[in-house]
Design a protein around this ligand. Structure first.
Ligand SMILES: [Zn+2]
Length: 326
């Protein structure tokens, strides 16, 4: 009887497609995680190879949850790039993804259930709004501090994506003619705070003779990139260069988020992303402090929280795509 009831409950899949990893979850109607699986994102090939890895990750998660993918009520996907009708265009950080790829249709055929695709940052923001650190608010800004810096917006209880390009907080200019950004422009928040830009900067400074243990730690931990964990270790060891670069990032985030607040005046800021979640509350506090001097309505600053759903937030958010708002 009990198992029949469990089977009758709709079960959903969620996949977070990131530049370095693919995270899949299976969740029940009450958002409990029944199974999860993670695979590295392919570094070569093209969109079809990425879709194949996503299918495997979802199948692994379903296996852990003891359910067949075809029995799922649906699978949601959070993807970088521009999303229109389940098609994904120019997804940065993914191999060979310059053109349009029908991701929803491809996965739907492979998994035998409905698939919906949304923007990765927006679905993670929705997850925090509906289930995480943003539950108490009607309007908020989710800031995801990782390889790049992205944001999702909830205004009066609804997602806001503009004409499709809203939330690019990483490309708010904090210094005219400033540091070169990975987007090709200058002085963007991401040029100072994106993990990708910070790694390039750290390497240049080391080549110029500055001492840092960042790259030594990277090798010791068998990483090919300066991951959030490597930055955290370097900070714990009081590595001078790492501390300086993180302080510079916090300053840029503070100025960028405060500028967004001066325009939007929403109730809360939720800090997520690889670095945001890893560095956690003490750094969210530092970002709030760095916002202070730039806030126009400084007598009532917004609430600043760390994303509560952590690493699984993106995949859980994706699983919400096919569910009506409660
Ligand atoms: Zn930029």
């Amino acid at each position: 009887m009990l198992s029949a009831m469990i089977l009758a409950m709709p079960t959903f899949g969620g996949i977070d497609l990131g530049g370095t990893k693919i995270q899949a979850v299976i969740a029940d109607d009450e958002h409990n995680t029944l199974g999860s699986a993670r695979r590295p994102t392919p570094t070569g090939g093209g969109p079809a190879d990425v879709a194949r890895e996503m299918e495997i990750a979802l199948r692994d998660a379903a296996k852990a949850a003891e359910i067949e993918p075809s029995e799922l009520a649906g699978v949601g996907v959070g993807s970088p790039g521009t999303i229109e009708h389940g098609e994904v265009t120019s997804a940065r950080n993914l191999p060979g993804w310059e053109g349009v790829f029908p991701l929803a249709a491809t996965l739907q055929a492979a998994l035998g259930c409905r698939v919906a695709v949304g923007n990765d940052v927006q679905v993670a923001t929705d997850a925090e709004f509906r289930l995480g650190a943003g539950r108490a608010y009607e309007s908020l800004l989710g800031v995801f501090w990782g390889t790049g810096v992205g944001a999702g917006l909830i205004l009066d209880g609804k997602s806001w994506s503009g004409l499709g390009g809203a939330g690019e907080i990483g490309h708010i200019v904090v210094e005219i003619d400033g540091a070169r950004c990975t987007c090709g422009r200058r002085g963007c928040v991401e040029a100072y705070a994106g993990r990708g830009a910070m790694e390039i900067h750290a390497r240049k400074l080391q080549e110029k003779g500055r001492h840092t243990d960042l790259f030594k730690l990277m090798k010791e931990h068998e990483r090919t990139r300066l991951t959030s964990g490597i930055w955290e270790r370097a900070l714990d060891q009081e590595d001078k260069l790492a501390t300086e670069l993180i302080e510079r990032a916090v300053g840029a985030l503070g100025a960028g988020i405060a500028s967004a607040m001066n325009l939007l005046d929403v109730e809360a800021v939720i800090i997520g992303g690889g670095l945001g979640v890893r560095l956690g509350h003490p750094y969210a506090k530092r970002i709030a402090k760095a916002m202070g001097p730039h806030l126009f309505a400084d007598e009532r600053p917004p609430h600043v929280h760390v994303a509560a759903l952590g690493d699984l937030g993106g995949a859980i958010g994706a699983s919400l795509l096919l569910r009506p708002v409660a």
